[in-house]
Ligand binder design. Sequence first.
Ligand SMILES: [Zn+2]
Length: 329
Amino acid sequence: MSLNLAINRVPHLRDGSIVAKVGILGLILALFSLTPLHAQKSNGKIPGATTYTITKELLAAAPKRFYGSPGHAAAEKYILSRFAPEQKDHRVEIDSFTATTPAGLQSLRNIVVRFPSVGPGKKDGIIVLGSHYETNYPLRDIPFVGANDGACTSALLIAFGEYFRAHPPQGYSVVLVFFDGEEAVKEWGPSDSLYGSRHLAAKWSQDGTIGKIKAFLLADMIGDKNLDIDLDGNSDPHMVDLLKEAARNTNHMAALSKDTTPIEDDTVPFHKRGVPVLDIIDYNYGPHDAKHSDGYHHTAEDTIDKISAQSLQTAADLFLELINLVNLH
Ligand SMILES: [Zn+2]
């Protein structure tokens, strides 16, 4: 993932003056009308502790997951091991392809897991949840494990899989995508980054899947203990509004940044093809000082102790509420 060069700052909207205008009774009525009946029903259904434990297991099985390494294969094996029932039902697809990279031809694999909608509320269309699982290739010679950058968000998808196995989607079907090759091999650019998402977006354009996607929700770096989710300037504005609505409904407004930051991520190839996308990412990770010019991002310090079950809980609440909201809209 990469930040765009221009970072826009937008003022935080303040609503304090509303009290004077409508009075306390009016405010109470307004709050009732603003709080949907389903408020907070998403909270806690996918426990942060579960996602945290899965993150630890993934890191133990595959600390370094760059292409061509034993850890890359181990990560894939671990992810697949968590979807045995879906494999049996032929709902797991391994999307293998060869990418031309500055480090030569690389064999990459996206993992796609489908949870079809059931019941009378079944709707035609899919919601895609995505995360990349590989670790940064240029950092292959340092002890970089990407606890926040790749591991915890892949764990979040696994936790969502467990949830949907027990509670099949009622509206749109849900598809989990574990992307390979998000990171640049040498230097971030249109031809050196987002290998897995570019491949899958092109493939899904050809087979017609792309037109069925009602929302693409991407998780990236949202395990940070100090959660401060960016309002991504490259996501669809109405999807960013939906994120704010989800945060209000789950009482997680404090986890959202007030700044709009355009971010290049696995959402981009889908956005280019007209899919409504939302990147849920907290780019600002760790301290920024002489030793850490970009915080813990892409350093050997991106380790399990820098992320928290609480942040993973918040992220899960937001994702689940977003799925509810996409189904309602
Ligand atoms: Zn990264």
